[in-house]
Ligand binder design. Structure first.
Ligand code: KG4
Ligand code: ZN
Length: 357
């Protein structure tokens, strides 16, 4: 029997059913023994977006098979599992509830601790599965539902420096893709589209680029894209618009990251200049390149999760579970799903028209 902690993680917050088993490595990086991810792209494709009820039903249908697969692939004996960790928010409540109930039942049956995990903290800690990472670090979280700069001061201690005041970056990619006639899920396909176009063809706006600190805004971009798509006549112009959108995003992130670097340094007053970029959009290769460039220019060390761990997955949930397990931060089995669970609960709500920056 191994002495290292073994955590089984479960993720069902949106449209990926995932179960993973990781093993602690006290001298280095935890080992992923298995990380099964089942995407529901086919379920939602004809609707052009995630349909919550269908997503929840699909989680219910698949969760036990995915869990079995993860256990078999890991080669572990279930009696060696130290704790069960599951996402309890944020996300779609009907989806969260599936993984949460499954995790609680497993924990009760195996008589091991149950640990509730914030999905965003999963993204925040995802690079710990391939890199050594010490607190504090600056985090840019760019996913389908969130776009934030945060100072990650410790496990569970987050201080938001900036956030989007309207759309999340993944959402902006998905909406732009839809306007260009790219089928769901649009973000990754838009990146490919952009490779075939001229990034200087269209001049798109960069909302709040010179104000609002490192807060972000992408809604104006979508409106501009909509206006241009109405005039587009050729397939090549579509590629050009995708490339111009991609380039504009890179420029916005370049400028805003420089501001976030300054704010983070002032806040922490430490020499720890680590910059972590996580979440689904962190898989975008050109965004990665631009953020490496701005990091190098400002003496920050950029760290990204493995490409496979940028999107939603249970290994990152198990990673948070492992850190909480070591600190004995366990939860009761009556922990409820929280669809709006924040990372920094003290941060001001900044959304919608009339936001003062
Ligand atoms: O983190 P994630 O898997 O789920 C959420 O927690 O939201 O992020 C999904 C988002 C989607 O909006 C998707 O279109 C976007 O990440 N995304 C990308 C790329 N890969 C995924 N956006 C731009 N370029 C990509 N390569
Ligand atoms: Zn996510």
């Amino acid at each position: 029997m191994t002495e290292n902690a073994i955590i089984l993680g479960i993720e069902t917050s949106c449209d990926e059913t995932s179960v993973s088993i990781i093993e602690d490595n006290p001298d280095g990086i935890p080992k992923i023994l298995s990380n099964i991810i089942s995407s529901q792209v086919e379920v939602h494709q004809e609707f052009g977006g995630v349909v919550p009820e269908l997503a929840a039903r699909s989680h219910v249908e698949k969760i036990d098979q995915i869990a079995k697969k993860a256990i078999v692939e890991s080669g572990i004996n279930l009696k060696n599992v130290s704790a069960i960790a599951a996402t309890y928010g944020p996300g779609l409540i009907v989806c969260l509830s599936v993984g949460l109930s499954f995790a609680k039942a497993m924990a009760a049956t195996l008589r091991v601790p149950f640990i509730g995990v914030n999905h965003l903290e999963g993204h925040a800690l995802s690079p710990k599965l391939n890199s050594k990472l010490d607190y504090p670090y600056l985090l840019l979280l760019i996913s389908g539902g969130h776009s934030q700069y945060l100072s990650v001061n410790n496990l569970g201690e987050y201080q938001r420096l900036g956030t989007t005041i309207d759309d999340a970056l993944g959402e902006a990619f998905d909406k732009t893709a839809k306007l260009l006639g790219i089928e769901f899920p649009g973000g990754p396909k838009l990146e490919k589209f952009a490779e075939k176009g001229d990034p200087n063809k269209f001049n798109l706006p960069k909302p709040i680029i010179n104000k609002g600190g490192c807060n972000l805004s992408f809604a104006g971009l979508k409106t501009a894209v909509l206006r241009i798509t109405r005039q587009i006549k050729s397939e090549q112009e579509k590629y050009d618009l995708a490339a111009s959108f991609q380039k504009t995003i890179e420029e916005i992130l370049y400028q805003k990251t420089k501001i976030a670097f300054k704010e983070f340094k002032q806040l922490t007053k430490k020499k720890n200049n680590t910059f972590v970029v996580a979440g689904g959009v962190a898989a975008n290769k050109k965004i990665r390149k631009k953020l490496i460039e701005v990091s190098n220019e400002n003496n920050f060390i950029p760290i990204f999760p493995d490409l496979k761990l940028c999107g939603d997955n249970a290994a990152m949930i198990a990673m948070v579970g492992l850190e909480k397990y070591k600190l004995k931060k366990f939860d009761d089995l009556n922990l409820e799903a929280n669809p709006r669970l924040p990372l920094d609960s003290g941060a001001k709500f900044l959304k919608g028209a009339g936001v003062e920056l």
